[in-house]
Design a protein around this ligand. Structure first.
Ligand SMILES: [Zn+2]
Length: 434
């Protein structure tokens, strides 16, 4: 039996949903025009008035917003409510320059919890589950986001935050954790630490599902995780600017449902900004329909994906975004060829001798880009024979060349050489930027 958190909304016929979106969009544009000097100026500069926006088709008349707008108006210049109406701030660390600040009204926190409550229900998580939240708590939205969603559906939360892996594993066994939420790389590290201590996640714990995100990961990595630990691995999506983690795949693991009554999505050509059709690959753009403190209009989130509006087997009518290949910012350009770290991961994870940890290193040698991938072998494949190592390196190089259309040097390194991560894993070192 398929369960829904809110069956009326989750199964709403598409035409009814679009009417609702149009009405919410009209309210949104008047709201931001009235309450935010930033948006008023942005609309005026673009020569668009709130009354020009009547239908979903009018969306493309509206100007985009960017992460840089949040930085330029630091800390709260884009907010639509006075600070005394906020119940919380989250702050995302900027790799360059100022961080971005997100504020929430009481209602914003409630809507966020509802998004996650629907998502958790769609993967069969609810009352009776113990959810170990190993995302970081604090200014980062991962920990508290999952925490509130899990409480909303009546699960028991074990707020371990990230780090202290031995303790995490001990509590997982003693308190019968059934669901874990963390980055996929941290879960792999946890599994490694468990195995070293003679603990099998499959046999010695009750873990049955993982909610993995905050970094891109591939379908092939899902297969690895599920086979190694016997759990179901689900993708979760969201960013702090939209509130935090908000959406997951449903039980069918075939795309992430985006709650259409709360968020309006489109895919555009990142170069020209033109809207693309359903099924076309491009940059995801999101408009928030239910946020009060920091609504975002046509926000350029930077992830490359495809929208799927086909009906889903779960009966939900909300559109799905297909597995995110990576952020436009994460894309490497090597000798003029676009490379996403996720593509490299997809190739590596299909080669049985290759372990789960790798590092991409890009250099400039004699004015030319050179890309190298360091990989660890699995314990089973480990061999001292130089010939075997060279054969495997050549095999991986050929597979990468085949998919990326680029010559890549592969270097096998000893197990444990690639740094392990408790949060977002660093998978690229680009020495050209130094
Ligand atoms: Zn579904």
């Amino acid at each position: 039996m398929i369960e829904y958190w809110n069956p009326l909304v989750e199964r709403m016929p598409v035409d009814e949903m679009e009417k609702m979106q149009e009405s919410k969009l009209r309210n949104l544009v008047s709201y931001v025009y009235k309450h935010s000097d930033f948006y008023k100026k942005r609309f005026d500069d673009a020569g668009v008035k709130p009354e020009d926006i009547r239908t979903l088709d009018d969306l493309k008349k509206l100007p985009f917003t960017y992460k840089s707008d949040l930085r330029d108006t630091y800390p709260t210049g884009m907010f639509c409510v006075p600070n005394e109406q906020l119940v919380r701030f989250h702050v995302s660390s900027g790799t360059t320059g100022k961080p971005t600040v997100v504020g929430y009204t009481h209602n914003d926190v409630k809507e966020w919890s509802i998004s996650l409550a629907r998502a958790l229900t769609s993967i069969g998580v609810g009352r009776g589950d113990v959810i170990q939240v190993s995302y970081g708590y604090g200014l980062f939205t991962g920990g508290l986001g999952l925490h509130y969603g899990a409480e909303e559906v009546g699960s028991t939360v074990l707020p371990t935050s990230s780090g202290n892996t031995e303790k995490q594993l001990e509590l997982m066994q003693d308190l019968n954790t059934t669901v874990i939420a963390c980055t996929p790389s941290y879960f792999l590290f946890m599994n490694e630490v468990a195995n070293q201590a003679g603990v099998s996640i499959q046999q010695n714990t009750r873990l049955r599902a993982g909610i993995f995100g905050a970094e891109p990961w591939s379908e092939e990595m899902r297969v690895r995780i599920e086979e190694a630990t016997g759990i179901k691995a689900y993708d979760v999506y969201g960013t702090s600017e939209l509130s935090g983690p908000l959406f997951t795949e449903c039980q069918y693991q075939d795309g992430i449902h985006i709650w259409a009554d709360q968020f309006l999505i489109e895919v555009i050509d990142p170069e020209t900004g033109e809207q693309l059709g359903d099924g076309e690959r491009g940059e995801l753009v999101i408009t928030t329909l239910a946020k009060e403190a920091l609504p975002l209009i046509r926000y350029r989130i930077g992830d490359i994906t495809v929208i799927n509006k086909e009906p889903c087997r779960c009966g939900r009518t909300h559109p799905r975004i297909m597995r995110v290949l990576g952020r436009a910012d994460d894309m490497l350009i090597v000798r003029g060829i676009n490379v996403f770290p996720g593509q490299v991961e997809s190739v590596l994870m299909t080669i049985p001798e290759v372990g789960e940890h790798f590092m991409i290193i890009v250099d400039r040698v004699n004015e030319l880009d050179a890309m190298k991938v360091q990989i660890e072998m699995t314990d089973e494949a480990f061999s001292d024979k130089v010939n075997d190592i060279i054969t495997l390196e050549k095999k991986v190089e050929a597979s990468l060349k085949n998919v990326l259309n680029l010559a890549v040097k592969v270097e096998l390194v000893e197990k444990g050489t690639i740094p392990r991560s408790m949060g977002k894993a660093k998978k690229v070192i680009d020495n050209r930027k130094l």
